[in-house]
Design a protein around this ligand. Structure first.
Ligand code: ASP
Length: 304
C-alpha cells in the first residue's frame, strides 16, 4: 500500500491485513513492551488544516512509537495567514526531507491532490477530507467491533445521524460493506442523501425501528460546521427523534455496542449516561485508534 487515501475500493483481504496488523501493534511502547523502530529515521508530518484532538494526537504518538520524527503543522500561526497556498506549504515542508504526510483538510480530495503533487517517495495518509472520507476512523471503529464482538461479517451496524456531511459515515460504509456487515443508515431525511443506497446500505428514517435490529450503533455527530442552516428544525427535535438515551436503549439488544467517533455532543446524539454507560466503547475506540494509526503508518512507509 503506497498511500491511504480512503477505504473505497479496498478489498476485505486488504482491510483484514491492516486490522490484523493493528492488533499486533496494540500496546507497543507501553509498559514493558518496547517502542518499535519500523519508522526509525523517517519524518512524518501532521498537516492539519481543520481542528482535531484524537486523530492528530494519535497519529503523532503512533509515529513516535514507531521511532519516527514528527513535524506538526497547523494553519494558525503559519504562513497560510500570509496567503501561502496548500500545495506551496506542503512542497516547502517536503523540501526539508520528509517521508509521509498525514493530512486533514476541509476540501474533499485534498489528500489525492497532495499524493500527485509531492515526490513519489512521499506517502500520504488521509486524516479526514471534508465530508468525503476518514479512513483511519472507520478502521478503528471496525477494529473496536471486531475486538468486542469477535467478528464483523454478518453483524448489523446502524450509522445514525448526519450521514450527508459525515466522512466517518462514508468510510465506515465502504469498510463495513466490504467486510460483509449489513449497514443501516438512519437520520433526518435532509441529512441522508438517497444516493447512499448505491453503496449497498439500507436507509431508514425511524430510529426506534432500527435500534432493535442492530448489533452496533455508531452515533455520528451533527456536523454543524459543514451544514447550511435549516436542515432540521431544532436540536431538541433532533434529540427527540435521533438521540440515544436510556429510554431508547430499552429497545436495543442488551449487548449492543455503542460507538461514537468523537467529539460527542452530550445531550444531542447521545445522552451523558449512555455515553458513559456499560455499552459504550467510545474510549476503547480512541485506544484502538492508536494501534490502527501505527499499522497504517507502518504499511505505507514499509512500501517506501
Ligand atoms: N472527529 C471526526 C471527524 O473529524 C468526527 C467528527 O468530527 O464528528 O470527522
Amino acid at each position: 500500500m503506497k498511500h491511504l487515501l480512503g477505504l473505497e475500493g479496498l478489498s476485505a483481504a486488504q482491510l483484514t491485513k491492516l486490522l490484523d496488523s493493528a492488533e499486533r501493534f496494540a500496546g507497543v511502547g507501553v509498559g514493558d513492551v518496547p517502542k518499535g523502530d519500523a519508522l526509525k529515521g523517517k519524518v512524518v508530518v501532521n498537516l492539519f488544516y481543520e481542528p482535531s484532538t484524537r486523530t492528530r494526537m494519535s497519529f503523532g504518538l503512533a509515529a513516535r512509537r514507531l521511532g519516527a520524527d514528527v513535524l506538526d503543522f497547523s494553519p494558525g500561526g503559519s504562513s497560510t495567514a500570509k496567503g501561502e497556498s496548500f500545495i506551496d506549504t506542503a512542497k516547502n515542508i517536503e523540501a526539508m526531507g520528509i517521508d509521509a504526510v498525514v493530512v486533514r483538510h476541509s476540501s474533499p480530495g485534498a489528500p489525492h491532490v497532495l499524493a500527485k503533487a509531492l515526490k513519489p517517495h512521499v506517502r500520504v495518509v488521509n486524516a479526514g477530507d471534508g465530508a468525503h472520507e476518514h479512513p483511519t476512523q472507520a478502521l478503528l471503529d471496525i477494529l473496536t467491533i471486531r475486538k468486542k464482538l469477535g467478528r464483523v461479517a454478518g453483524l448489523t451496524v446502524g450509522l445514525v445521524g448526519d450521514i450527508a456531511h459525515s466522512r466517518v459515515a462514508r468510510s465506515n460504509i465502504y469498510g463495513l460493506v466490504a467486510l460483509g456487515a449489513k449497514v443501516i443508515v438512519c437520520g433526518p431525511t435532509t441529512l441522508v442523501p438517497p444516493e447512499v443506497a448505491r453503496l449497498g446500505v439500507k436507509i431508514a428514517d425511524k430510529l426506534d425501528d432500527v435500534i432493535p435490529q442492530c448489533d452496533v450503533l455508531n452515533l455520528l455527530r451533527v456536523q454543524f460546521e459543514r451544514q447550511r442552516s435549516g436542515l432540521f428544525p431544532s436540536i431538541r427535535e433532533y434529540r427527540l427523534l435521533f438521540g440515544v438515551d436510556a429510554d431508547r436503549m430499552k429497545r436495543a439488544k442488551p449487548n449492543v455496542l455503542l460507538l461514537a467517533p468523537g467529539p460527542i455532543n452530550r445531550g444531542v446524539e447521545i445522552s451523558p449516561d449512555v455515553a458513559d454507560g456499560p455499552n459504550s466503547a467510545i474510549l476503547d475506540q480512541v485506544t484502538n485508534g492508536l494501534a490502527v494509526r501505527m499499522a497504517v503508518l507502518n504499511a505505507v512507509c514499509a512500501a517506501a
